[in-house]
Design a protein around this ligand. Sequence first.
Ligand SMILES: N[C@@H]1[C@@H](O)[C@H](O)[C@@H](COP(=O)(O)O)O[C@@H]1O
Ligand SMILES: [Mg+2]
Length: 449
Amino acid sequence: MGRLFGTSGIRMKNLSPKIAYKVGLAIAKKYKNVVIGRDTRTTGKLIETALTAGILNGGGEVTTIDIVPTPVLGFNARNYDVGVMITASHNPPEYNGIKLFNKNGLAFNKKEEDEIEKIIFKGDFVEVGWDKVGNIWEDCRAIRNYMEYILKNVDINEKFNVVVDCANASACLVSPYLFTDVGCHVISVNSHMDGRFIGRMPEPNEKNLKKTMNMIKGLNAYGEGYIGIAHDGDADRMVAIDEKGRLADFDKLLAAFSRYIVEKTGNKKIVTTVDASMIIDEYLKDLDVEIIRTKVGDVAVAEEMIKNSAIFGGEPSGTWIHADIHLTPDGILSGLRILEMLEFYNKRLYKILDGIPSYINLREKIPCEDGKKEKVMEYVIENGESLFKTTPETVDGARFNLGDGWILIRPSGTEPYIRVRVEAKDGILAKELLDKGIKLVKNALRAVS
Ligand SMILES: N[C@@H]1[C@@H](O)[C@H](O)[C@@H](COP(=O)(O)O)O[C@@H]1O
Ligand SMILES: [Mg+2]
């Protein structure tokens, strides 16, 4: 068996309750009091039950907070020894996953995950017997505690019009209410929970958000000025839709928000990932900001933020961390903070975004089984050097930097794909790089099979 944990904990198609039981036993070997939350997936209760059985049978105590967004679980983990979120985030409904959080609301890093993985693979756990099995408790205040804390820490005075798209997922329980509580007029879509994600698939991208975007366009034809906030399956992410009904360019939104944080707080360290656009460097150039880049994944971002005392760190995927509140990526808080930004500049979102220059950004994903990813990447690194005539950076996958652009080829840590990401100042160069990258990955796939 290969590694269990990827970019964002354990995540797989048809995740077996047998694995969840073993993860539970392994957790109980190291931690006593465990809090568990889950997203709306049809297999959520099954995985939670198996995981709980493992923890109890390993002698641990379980507190369930039922269906919650990941930021609510991360926030509440502070009251326990460890937090467990059962979610497959943006993946389709047949997937599920297990993500662990420490007391600081920080997702487990590789070292912490390896410890759990080793216990599982070695079968190094104990089933304790009738006089030592743990109990199950319920905490019905988990969502309330989170909401009260967030409300105390955001400052929104203007009455915004907001469409919140919850993806039929756990955001339904929190996001529309919080936006209402800060004074917005809220129209919520896909806001009844359904683990099949019948309204739209949970990845908040252009294809899946077409209907919501059209709806906002329609509403705003009457001068209503709605913006949209759309979440993924566990609401640790959000994307925004501007008043024209366009999906906000991920990199521009990240650049705009980073600039706002620097201007508002004076903190001059921004953490982002190797797949973020060079626009962020250029848009913040005059502010003398240090942009720190890590590999993709919220854990890498959060750890670098702690090291550098940064307040904000974000990925173009819409996974943003606000360290002044907590270290769990939080798509709901990110949405509220976008409103704070609009109020700070007293500007419409589309105006802010249109004021940011952009280059040509292309993204493609090529199917690749998890087991083949390592070999494919070895091939890409070896053969990419002569193809692109430069040695790649290998912080995450292979990034080839060329004067007026760059190409990043990396294995997804959450889906069976190799991601190819290109940015260039010129459209022809961008297309050429993308085509070369796709061909290289396809050759690699042929060579390793
Ligand atoms: N929380 C993580 C993000 O931090 C990451 O950006 C995203 C894509 O990861 P990958 O490109 O490895 O599939 O997955 C999850 O949502
Ligand atoms: Mg997510």
